[in-house]
Write a protein that binds this ligand. Structure first.
Ligand SMILES: Cc1cc2nc3c(=O)[nH]c(=O)nc-3n(C[C@H](O)[C@H](O)[C@H](O)COP(=O)(O)OP(=O)(O)OC[C@H]3O[C@@H](n4cnc5c(N)ncnc54)[C@H](O)[C@@H]3O)c2cc1C
Length: 377
């Protein structure tokens, strides 16, 4: 039987960051991780990394200065150093190397990571939880005072505690395309990706990574169609990495006695522009700080742990929940409406523009926005 202060289920960005935060408080942490997800290119913004004092290290694949939103008839709204705060630079990273870097930092701080290991059953004890773990053919048990659930979406572990997972998800997939030279990130909107969007990440050596996020099925089919038409190719099939991501905002109740939920499992994923690495890491840091405080205060009750929810809501949770409405509005627009919005934003300077300014401008173009976004203004 292993005894630890905190047991974390899930060794993605959220689980590893929670582990680091708790180890920094000189407490014992064990992380269980079932397996590593497929390798892919991911986008993080410089400002998000700076907020967290995070470095991408050798996972950096490309640094991109410009980002363009592309409407169905190819109008482009470009965000660059000329019209936005220059700290909004995009870093394209190798997800596998980034996780390896986080893992090394976590181990260096004294966390124990049990790879290829999954939690198979959980039992309440007087002190906290007893978790039965399975690795290859070996079973063993771990006793902990606090259990952190960071098992990604749809979080099967949360279900064991009747913690509601995010109610809505998008299907996403992504693939590498060779022989294409691009220098800016592009996001494409419209009926090419119903209730969602397509992204292109430019890499070095004439490669791009192209992905899609949509609410329904057929994501791979839409992605293949876009790749063939946009790059004038005739591919019959593509090799994709795919997954589901939560898009209904942060969950209401990520807390039980001795339990905290963070990362995708808690809906800490931007429901509009996508992306969950930075927000999952932020959420995980709050989880770690509150868990460490609870153990030091000898109070792991739900009442003590509920400060975690407030920290998340004040930081990004409220914004994410508003962005669910922005998403619903944006993806209810038809191709013609998207084109007219793109035309109206072409050449606009986004310096000093906040979400409210963008929404006000949208309302002035599209009357539908007043109905759908009215309460946010
Ligand atoms: C194709 C794709 C592209 C993406 N692109 C971007 C991007 O460009 N930018 C961005 O910011 N985000 C992106 N994301 C989202 C980002 O990857 C997630 O938001 C982020 O990984 C969430 O971290 P997490 O730790 O909460 O969950 P995950 O990364 O899902 O990690 C959960 C971990 O828990 C483990 N686990 C699950 N169940 C158990 C169990 N019972 N026992 C033990 N371990 C368990 C899993 O093996 C996994 O390692 C993308 C996602 C995908 C799939």
């Amino acid at each position: 039987m292993i005894e630890t202060d905190v047991l974390i289920i899930g060794g993605g960005p959220a689980g590893l960051e929670a582990g680091k935060t708790i180890a920094l408080e000189n407490l014992n942490v064990v992380i269980l991780n079932k397996n590593f997800k497929n390798k892919q290119t991911q986008l993080v913004y410089k400002s998000g990394l700076e907020d967290l004092d995070l470095f991408v290290g050798n996972s950096l694949l490309n640094e991109v200065q410009e980002l363009a939103m592309v409407s169905p008839n190819k109008n482009k709204v470009t965000l660059s150093n000329d019209n936005i705060n220059s700290s909004e630079k995009g870093y394209l990273i190798d997800s596998e190397k980034f996780i390896q870097k986080l893992k090394k930092e976590t181990i260096d701080l004294g966390c124990e990571i049990k790879n290829e290991t999954k939690a198979v059953s959980l039992e309440k004890t007087k002190e906290g939880y007893k978790v039965k773990c399975q690795s290859n053919d070996t079973d063993y048990e771990i006793n902990c005072k606090i259990l952190i659930i960071a098992d990604g979406y749809p979080s099967n572990v949360s279900k064991a505690f009747n913690i509601k997972s995010p109610s809505k998800y998008a299907n996403i997939c992504q693939c590498l395309v060779n022989g294409i030279d691009m220098d800016k990130i592009e996001f494409h909107f419209g009926s090419i990706s119903p209730n969602g969007y397509i992204w292109i990440y430019p890499l070095k050596d004439s490669k791009v990574e192209v992905g899609i996020s949509i609410e329904g099925d057929g994501h791979k089919k839409y992605l293949l169609k876009f790749i063939n038409s946009y790059f004038n190719l005739n591919l019959k099939d593509i090799d994709v990495v795919e997954a589901k991501v939560p898009i209904s905002g942060v969950i209401n109740n990520p807390i039980r006695d001795n339990i905290l939920v963070c990362g995708d499992a808690a809906g800490q994923y931007n429901p509009f522009i996508g992306g969950g690495i930075i927000s999952s890491i932020k959420g995980a840091r709050y989880t770690g700080k509150v868990a460490a405080g609870a153990i030091k205060n000898n109070d792991c009750s739900r009442d003590f742990l509920k400060r975690y929810r407030k920290l998340v809501m004040d930081d990004f949770g409220e914004d994410f929940n508003k962005l669910v409405k922005v998403r619903n509005y944006a993806f209810s627009l038809n191709d013609k409406e998207i084109d007219s919005i793109a035309i109206s934003f072409e050449g606009v300077s986004f310096y000093n523009m906040n979400l409210l300014d963008v929404l006000k401008r949208l309302v002035s173009i599209s009357p539908k926005a007043i109905l759908k976004l009215g309460k946010l203004l």
